[in-house]
Design a protein around this ligand. Structure first.
Ligand SMILES: Nc1ncnc2c1ncn2[C@@H]1O[C@H](COP(=O)(O)OP(=O)(O)OP(=O)(O)O)[C@@H](O)[C@H]1O
Length: 391
């Protein structure tokens, strides 16, 4: 991907939404994902965890849309609220006393808000409609139960009869690239490598062909070579099965290889959301820009890697001001009065901020058009990265 979109044609920030002329024919989008139905609609999600230090605002006004078959990356530093937000997509909360407001809707199956569903209804959706691929494969399987039994359990009541279930388990393990699966059914987790365990967990997640997979740092605990294989597997399964995928990572280069769109989280908020190529070439939030600048390819070989000075604020007692202000090179006094609303970046007459394809929480986002740096080597994106699926 080449860095740098034409700046003179870049649209202005937050321009008014307009209505097309009655005669105007609006062509159908070429990209099927843009035509796809909305699978997931997260609206103003706020998650507040009571702790001894006060209420931790782990998610603070998160609004996202995911279409069927789309891959969304959620990227941010540790503690930015990625896991808490993504677990909320399954109706999970970190502690029983956690306060949740806003909604997480799955319109295609008539779920208006998964965060308020009782456990019995939640369990009916898990596996069947939405499934999670956990962060640490080494601790996510039952150590005293055989692999085959654990995968078979994930089938629920979708396959009947012992022989048919066995066949389906073998098929699933083969689908995730486990060699000689028929010989592995009786193995225990400790006999598998980290990569094999993660493949098994992916088989469990796809067992009932869910509409949405949520993968929370699925490669963090694995060797670098295996990380690429698991990412490639996720991408090819997502393509073959038409599943939507939310991929959580602290690593922008990982997310950009796999995702159609990226949500950048900082201190509990989505600070920028855009399609991957736009985000990399034309970031409109100083934090995104700093993340791109800190990528290994962004500096010449003999230069030290750039780091983002400072640390995110604690998520307790934050007022309605920009959370990135203390680390921001564009900070000015007016930013301290800014109530961090999302702004739509798009042409005049484009959609409202919460639904625009490019959104930023920076009040100076329009100035970043000119300020965007060209990186010597930006990471590969899903579009130019077909070979990942062949690894
Ligand atoms: N059970 C809990 N009790 C108290 N605070 C919690 C709990 N779970 C999460 N938090 C806090 O919520 C905030 C967001 O955490 P979260 O795990 O979502 O971050 P993250 O971006 O996923 O980080 P990482 O990349 O390290 O997983 C952090 O401040 C964290 O300390």
């Amino acid at each position: 991907m080449s860095a740098g979109t034409p700046m003179e044609s870049a649209p202005l920030l937050g321009e008014r939404v307009g209505v097309p002329d009655a005669e105007e024919v609006v062509p159908a989008p070429a990209d099927p994902r843009e035509r796809g139905d909305v699978l997931l609609q997260v609206s103003d999600l706020r998650i507040s965890i009571p702790t001894a230090a006060g209420q931790v605002h782990a998610a603070d006004g998160v609004t996202l849309t995911l279409r069927q078959g789309e891959v969304l990356g959620v990227v941010g530093e540790t503690g930015s609220g990625k896991s808490v937000t993504c677990r909320a997509l399954l109706g999970l909360r970190p502690t029983p006393r956690t306060e949740v407001s806003g909604t997480v809707a799955y319109p295609s199956i008539g779920v208006e808000d998964i965060t308020v569903l009782p456990p019995k209804r939640l369990r009916r959706l898990w596996g069947r409609h939405v499934a999670m691929i956990p962060q640490n494969p080494m601790t996510s399987l039952d150590p005293v139960r055989r692999i085959g039994d654990q995968v078979a359990e994930a089938l629920g009541d979708t396959v009947h009869g012992k022989a048919a279930r066995r066949e389906r388990v073998i098929e699933l393990l083969r689908q995730v690239g486990l060699p000689a699966p028929e010989r592995r059914l009786d193995a225990f987790p400790h006999q598998f490598s980290g990569g094999m365990l993660q493949r098994t967990l992916i088989a469990i997640a796809i067992a009932q062909n869910p509409a949405l997979l949520v993968a929370d740092e699925p490669t963090t605990a694995l060797d670098v070579l295996i990380q690429d294989q698991i990412l490639g597997l996720l991408l090819s399964l997502q393509r073959d099965l038409g599943t939507s995928l939310v991929l959580v990572s602290h690593d922008l280069s990982v997310v950009s290889q796999v995702c159609d769109r990226v949500a950048v989280m900082y201190a509990g908020q989505v600070v920028e959301l855009a399609d991957t190529a736009t985000l990399l070439s034309s970031p409109r939030h100083p934090y995104t820009r700093a993340l791109i600048g800190a990528l290994p390819g962004a500096v010449a070989r003999d230069e030290p890697l750039r780091v983002i000075p400072g640390a995110p604020p604690p998520l307790v007692g934050l007022g309605p001001t920009c959370r990135f202000a203390a680390r921001c090179e564009l900070h000015e006094p007016a930013c301290d009065e800014w109530d961090t609303e999302l702004l739509a970046i798009g042409p005049a007459g484009g959609p409202a901020p919460g639904t625009a394809s490019h959104q930023s929480r920076c009040r100076r986002a329009d100035e970043l058009v000119a300020a965007t740096t060209t990186t010597p080597s930006t990471p590969s994106t899903k579009e130019n990265n077909d070979d990942l699926t062949q690894r």
